[in-house]
Design a protein around this ligand. Structure first.
Ligand code: THU
Length: 135
């Protein structure tokens, strides 16, 4: 079994379950995200929309915020999985790419799933090459 298949086995159901909690009365999109850290902990998040639209929070950033809030150390998660309904393939938004590049491991893989067998994956560095960092 490949590393990606193993990650899907661990993270697909948590992300799909989180997507059931989506608050998305405006778009109708249900998105869930899950990530796994080096200790084996799994953290999840869903999208939370807002009537002002601009305050909408994506599933990926909510999952990363949940992880940091629960004590996960930055750079210790090597895989993040997205489950989304209503998209051909959900490629993470720019804001999520910036946050992922800061909080995930440098070699992290992002997997975007329609189903357990139908997915796209990218390295975090492919999603945001030359990301902004404070020097
Ligand atoms: N969304 C995410 O949760 N993640 C992304 O990377 C892109 C978009 C959500 C936000 C909003 O609730 C809906 O998808 C449509 O933009």
């Amino acid at each position: 079994m490949s590393a990606t298949e193993k990650a899907i086995e661990k993270l697909y159901i948590p992300a799909r379950t989180a997507s059931d909690n989506a608050y998305s009365p405006y778009s109708g999109a249900r998105v869930g995200a899950s990530l796994l850290d080096e200790k084996g902990n799994v953290y999840t998040g869903c999208n939370v929309e807002n009537a002002s639209y601009g305050l909408t929070q994506c599933a990926e950033r909510n999952a990363l915020s949940a992880a940091i809030s629960a004590g996960m150390k930055p750079g210790t998660a090597h895989v993040l999985l997205i489950y989304a309904t209503g998209f051909e393939v959900l490629a993470p938004c720019g804001a999520c790419r910036q946050v992922m590049s800061e909080l995930l491991a440098d070699d992290a893989v992002i997997i975007s799933c329609h189903s357990e067998k139908d997915f796209h994956s990218w390295l975090v560095g492919e999603l945001l090459p030359d990301s902004f960092v404070l020097s």
